[in-house]
Structure formats: structure tokens, C-alpha cells
Design a protein around this ligand. Structure first.
Ligand code: SF4
Length: 375
């Protein structure tokens, strides 16, 4: 599709949106920047259907910037539980406090100030500026990258700076101006249309080219390159690390500890972690004053982070005696959870996966019963 067809590209999208676009999502039909911001952050890497219940609950609990700023980080992360990518929740909380301190509690309306908020990148700032303030900025989220790469036959992994810059130039060049569109809220409708097309038609797997409004001019479709675009990350093996997680069970409850505020799974509740070389029995004894015995084993599995793969070895252990119960209970960073409370807490995805596997039928009755020895 040549650049001279810019008004046509936008017109086709806008017409398509009139018929098939999403117009009644809970964060639409408002220009209040707060709910728009929350939705844009939740929608990063996450599908609309997953986000909706979290969004509704979050807005009920924190209806505005000041309630979010006044909340504890723990509470915000617990609300985020299950949505994944917890750094988004941490950044929302940090940004709300910053808005209260630096902007007198009013969400900034200048794109530079929006983009300086923690967790807000260029595309998210642009989406907020478009939907909340009607400003004319291009967005380039994952869905839009895919539509542009395919439609304009743009090869090259978008994770590389120079390829991403080319996509930004294309996105900016395609932005319609009001005169071209002859509708009042043209930027909002165009932006929503582009997002919706990427999410519902030009999907990653099995795009619906037969019903796509851009099909006629789409280079990937014309040249049968839909499957190869967008270009994937060049094959590079991620380094592997390994860890052992101690699943300590006592009277049907599991021990979780709050991690430090930095590093992986920062500030989240997690099973105590030891290195592969450490002796689990000695560790439990010296750190918690516990005597433990093995429970039926659980399979190892991998969890992939952006820069490495983590091989996780779960070690289910039953606590048979505890010499310093009082000391353990005084430690605010260590807590016994029953299974349902753990699933409601701010826990990372691999811990969630393991907690979900701990059920009464799998555990010997002794793991659920009171301690065998007097503490
Ligand atoms: Fe995507 Fe197919 Fe439409 Fe091209 S024709 S933009 S590949 S859905």
C-alpha cells in the first residue's frame, strides 16, 4: 500500500470500525484520563476479555487517582493477582503517588509528562493523549506493529531499534488529519479501529484476511507472506538458570515469604527459594527451626523471562516440628496461607501454578492434620 493512499487507509479502517469495531468496552465513552490510563496499562500484553473483570474490580476499589495513591502497594498487588506482569501494578501505584505529588492529583495532559509516568511508554502515552485529550498522536502497540508489518510488507524483527523506528515513521505518516476524515473525533475512532483490527481480524495466528477491510492493498496478503510477517525474534537461545522452591506444608497451610522490592518477582509472595546446591533439610532447620519430611514429588518445569529461562524444581515438604513458631509468626514477611488465600494474594505465575496443584487429594492426610510432634 503506497503512502499516497494514506486517507484511504484511514477511511477504510474508520468505515470498518463503524460496522464491526468495539464501542462499549467499560473504559470507552469517557474522556476521564484515569480509567483510560488504568485500561491501557492492563491491556499491555493482555487480552480484553481477561482485562475486563480486573478493570471493573480495580475501578471499584480505587475509583480515582487519590484512592490509588493512598492504597498500600500490597493491596494494589493483591488486586493485580492473576493478571500477571506485576511490574504494571507497581508502576501504576508509583505513578499515582507521583501525580498527587507533582501534578496536584490531576492527570497530566501533555504527552511528555504522561510519558514520564512510571510504566508508560511512548505508545501508551499516545493512546492516553488520543482517548482522553483528543490529541493527534500515533500509537504502536503489538497489534498495530503486526497490522503495519503485514499491510506494508515490512520485514525485520520489531524488537530491533531501527525496525521499530521504521514502524513508528509509518504509523505517524498514516495518521489522518481532520480535514481528510471529515468527522469530529477522527483520531480516537481511527486509533480504536487500528487497535480493534489487530486484536480481532489481523490476529497473530489465523488472521481473517477474507473479511479484512485492508485486504485489497495488503502486501503480505498479495504476496502470500502473512505467515512470515511480522518477523520473529532472531533465534537466540536464552540462558538458563535454576532454582528450588520449598513448598512447606503444615496443617494444610503453605508457607510463603514476601520477596525483596527489587529483582525478579519483587514484593510478591513466593515459596522460600534455595539454590540447587543447598540442602533443603538443613535450610529449613537453620532458617525456620523446622524439621521436615518429603511429600510426593512434583515435576520440574520452566518459566521464561525476557532474558533468561528459569528451571524450577519444586520441593514439597511436610513440616513435622517447629521449634520457633512464635519467631516465625512475628516475621511480617513470612506467612502461612491456606490454598484459596494464597491464590488471592499477589503471587507470580509459577507459584500460582504450583499452589493450584496442591490439593487435599494429592497430599497425604498427615500433611493436612495437626503437627505430629508438639512444637
Ligand atoms: Fe492482516 Fe490479512 Fe488484513 Fe493483511 S489482509 S492486514 S494480513 S488480516
Amino acid at each position: 500500500m503506497p503512502d499516497s493512499s494514506k486517507p484511504e487507509f484511514a477511511a477504510k479502517l474508520i468505515d470498518w470500525h463503524g460496522l464491526h469495531g468495539r464501542k462499549n468496552l467499560p473504559w470507552q465513552n469517557t474522556c476521564d484520563p484515569y480509567p483510560i490510563w488504568i485500561s491501557e496499562i492492563m491491556l499491555q500484553q493482555t487480552q480484553v476479555s481477561t482485562v475486563i473483570p480486573y478493570y471493573v474490580r480495580f475501578l471499584q476499589r480505587y475509583p480515582n487517582i487519590s484512592t490509588l495513591a493512598a492504597a498500600s502497594l500490597d493491596d494494589v498487588l493483591a488486586q493485580w493477582s492473576g493478571l500477571g506482569y506485576y511490574s504494571r501494578g507497581r508502576n501504576l501505584h508509583k505513578a499515582a503517588r507521583l501525580i498527587v505529588e507533582d501534578h496536584a492529583g490531576r492527570f497530566p495532559d501533555k504527552i511528555d509528562a504522561i510519558q514520564r509516568l512510571p510504566g508508560v511508554g511512548r505508545s501508551t502515552a499516545a493512546a492516553i493523549a488520543v482517548f482522553a485529550f483528543g490529541k493527534r498522536y500515533a500509537i504502536l502497540d503489538g497489534n498495530v506493529k503486526r497490522v503495519l508489518s503485514r499491510c506494508f510488507g515490512m520485514a525485520g524483527y520489531a524488537g530491533l531499534k531501527r525496525n521499530e523506528q521504521r514502524l513508528w515513521q509509518k504509523a505517524e505518516g498514516l495518521l489522518p488529519d481532520a480535514a481528510e476524515m471529515r468527522i469530529n473525533n477522527h483520531v480516537e475512532v481511527y486509533t480504536q479501529a487500528l487497535m480493534d483490527l489487530g486484536a480481532t481480524v489481523c490476529t497473530r495466528a489465523q488472521p481473517k484476511c477474507a473479511v479484512c477491510p485492508l485486504q485489497e492493498d495488503c502486501l503480505a496478503f498479495r504476496e502470500s507472506r502473512v505467515k512470515e510477517l511480522p518477523s520473529r525474534r532472531p533465534g537466540k537461545k536464552l540462558p538458563e538458570r535454576e532454582t528450588s522452591l520449598l513448598i512447606l506444608i503444615r496443617q494444610g497451610k503453605i508457607l510463603l515469604e514476601k520477596r525483596l522490592p527489587t529483582g525478579i518477582w519483587a514484593s510478591l509472595w513466593c515459596f522460600p527459594e534455595i539454590s540447587g546446591a543447598e540442602d533443603a533439610y538443613r535450610y529449613c532447620s537453620s532458617r525456620f527451626g523446622m524439621e521436615v519430611k518429603p511429600l510426593p514429588p512434583m515435576d520440574e518445569f520452566h518459566h521464561t523471562f525476557t532474558h533468561f529461562k528459569l528451571r524450577i524444581r519444586p520441593l514439597p515438604l511436610q513440616v513435622v516440628s517447629l521449634s520457633s513458631k512464635a519467631a516465625l509468626e512475628r516475621d511480617a514477611e513470612v506467612k502461612w496461607f491456606n490454598r484459596d488465600d494464597a491464590l488471592d494474594a499477589a503471587i507470580p505465575a509459577p507459584v500460582r501454578k504450583l499452589v493450584a496443584k496442591i490439593d487435599n487429594s494429592r497430599m497425604p492426610p498427615s500433611a493436612m492434620a495437626p503437627l505430629e510432634r508438639v512444637e
